[in-house]
Design a binder for this molecule. Sequence first.
Ligand SMILES: O=C(O)[C@H](O)[C@@H](O)[C@H](O)[C@H](O)COP(=O)(O)O
Length: 250
Amino acid sequence: MDNTAVNIVGGGEDEMRQKVCDTIAARAKEAAASRGQFTIGFSGGSAAKMVCSGLRSRKDVEWGKWHVFTCDERHVQLSDPDSNIAYVQRELLDHVGVPSSNVYPIDPSVDVSAAAEDYVAKLRKVFPDKSQVPKFDFLILGMGPDGHTCSLFPGHPGLEEMKRLVIPITDSPKPPPNRITLTYPVLNNARCVVVIGTGSSKADVIKKCLEPDPGSEEPALPIARVFPHTGELIWFLDTASASKLSKTNA
Ligand SMILES: O=C(O)[C@H](O)[C@@H](O)[C@H](O)[C@H](O)COP(=O)(O)O
């Protein structure tokens, strides 16, 4: 069953923000009703900007049921402008009622390897069954022009990690170099993954992912390896980032 939906939103950033946030609010309502909580992972960059600004004023969300993680995080102090969770805290969580005990920052006081292990322990507070890979209700992913997502970069050994849930990265080509990131076992176990792609700089990589050259022998790009086993995969693209897709998609 192909569980991928490609939504090309032609109405500009505001319409895209509205559609993405409507999707999040709907999945959050379903999760809260059926499981009593909503577990979500934020990526950094433009996806976080779009989602935080779009969710901040919503009144149809049970914020007390949310558990907020980051799909990847820079290994910096929480006061550092590069901190993904600090951005989400400042731009969204400070404006709504998510309990601080339900927000999971990294521990920047330990080295990046220990921070990855600490993050697994934080995941296990919300997903305690160690026989199961954590199953997030919702993950928000961005992608770079090189096809990276989270802090999983082309050609990086982390792409092959199939056991650890979180790994340290010390050579990120996107600064800063030291990060932690969820791995594919977690990404592909989610109930719903949204990929947000905007701007012409992403057009080539989106074409490669969604309309791959059948004769290509290139390894799949990191964002193209996101394919939830049973969950939904929803791409939200604007017209600029979708501009190289064939007419049947665009
Ligand atoms: O922490 C990070 O750097 C992000 O999680 C990263 O994976 C981001 O999502 C992409 O680099 C796209 O960023 P833009 O959408 O801002 O280009």
